[in-house]
Design a protein around this ligand. Structure first.
Ligand SMILES: Cc1ncc(C[n+]2csc(CCOP(=O)(O)OP(=O)(O)O)c2C)c(N)n1
Ligand code: SF4
Ligand SMILES: [Mg+2]
Length: 317
């Protein structure tokens, strides 16, 4: 090798993250549970973005889907039922250097955690929120959730769920200061990947409604939609999420939707003849609460004491 100079452009990267780098424990979800597909998509997104594992954190509440942090090799916080979002906001407030993913179920987010849902959306902190909507309480074995369809026989309503289900997207699109609202399905890995990737890249509260199959307790709920792609309406736009050609070939019913049009997004969420998937709304300008919570980060303890003294001195009499 005498006389050969090292070419820095040929140096292998110091660290390269493979899919295995993000793999945590063996997932204990049922076979064919849609949660597996979401986990794979998130691991691919992290690999493709080369996110250092120590810069990644997943936060969840309680539920099957909330077991997510155990299956990622990253920091994780498996919290209390309904409390995924306040924990995630806390992490975000103190550690702006981390990429924060949130896994929450239809029970976790829309039932016990509903109060946190609307406030976290309004805070618009930089989180990627995945709502795993399997229309049921899975972990506790088949109780009616706020999104269960009318007539679904469950352990709490053996003769069939009674009330009209809560519409997740209509609700979210009605909250104040929202900045990213999308829907995807667990059974189309390309669409799932692109949607979650766009959510991860968006700076703000990126809310993704994932239609998720639960073969154990709501088998068949999404079967017609999955089997007949003509029941899906694919939202496309140059400012939306780029669709892969395979996705466009599958979903022949497509609609150009400008994601900056909130009124139209709300109308689309109310569509009943087909199920729209894709980006409903994005507003990169919505104020993020970090601008407030990050003030003071990076100060030394002495700086903080001095700032506190100065503040208290304003009230000296
Ligand atoms: C405070 C509290 N209330 C109730 C429960 C029981 N519980 C655990 S998970 C769950 C529902 C889970 O449903 P969902 O959030 O939709 O998640 P999935 O299991 O369907 O993924 C309930 C009611 C709990 N653990 N803590
Ligand atoms: S019960 Fe349903 S949601 Fe839970 S792991 Fe099994 S298939 Fe998935
Ligand atoms: Mg559920």
């Amino acid at each position: 090798m005498h006389g050969l100079k090292a070419d820095p452009t040929l140096e292998p990267p110091e660290r390269y993250f493979t899919l295995e780098s993000y793999e945590g424990g063996v997932a204990r979800w049922c076979p064919a549970c849609g949660d597996h597909a979401v986990l794979s998509a998130v691991q691919k997104i992290c690999r493709d973005a080369q996110v250092p594992t120590e810069k990644l954190v997943t936060v969840s509440g309680i539920g099957c889907s909330s077991r997510f942090p155990h299956y990622m090799h990253a920091y994780g916080f498996h919290g209390l039922h309904g409390r995924a979002l306040p924990v995630a906001c806390g992490v975000r407030a103190r550690r702006p250097d981390l990429r924060v993913w949130v896994a929450t179920g239809d029970g976790d987010c829309c039932s016990i955690g509903a109060g946190h849902w609307l406030h976290a959306a309004r805070y618009n902190m930089d989180l990627t929120v995945m709502l795993f909507d399997n229309r049921i309480y899975g972990l506790t074995k088949k109780q009616t959730s706020p999104t269960s369809p009318v007539g679904l026989a469950t352990n709490t309503h053996p003769a069939g769920a009674w009330l009209p289900p809560l519409d997740v997207l209509q609700a979210t699109l009605g909250f104040t200061n929202i900045s990213f609202v999308a829907r995807t399905v667990d059974w189309n890995p390309l669409h799932l990947y692109r949607t979650l990737q766009a959510a991860d890249e968006h700076r703000g509260f990126s809310f993704v409604h994932i239609l998720q199959r639960c073969p154990a307790f709501t088998e068949g709920v999404f079967e017609e939609l999955r089997a007949n792609p003509d029941l899906t309406l694919l939202l496309t736009h140059e400012r939306g999420i780029p669709a892969d050609s395979a996705v466009e070939r599958l979903y022949k019913n497509r609609l150009e939707h400008d994601p900056s049009d909130l009124a139209r997004a709300r109308e689309l969420a109310a569509t009943t003849d087909r199920v729209p998937i894709g980006l409903f709304y994005r507003n990169p300008e919505a104020p993020r609460y970090e601008a407030f919570t990050e003030v003071g980060l990076g100060m030394t303890a002495d700086d903080k004491v001095a700032a506190l003294e100065a503040e208290l001195d304003r009230f000296a009499i």
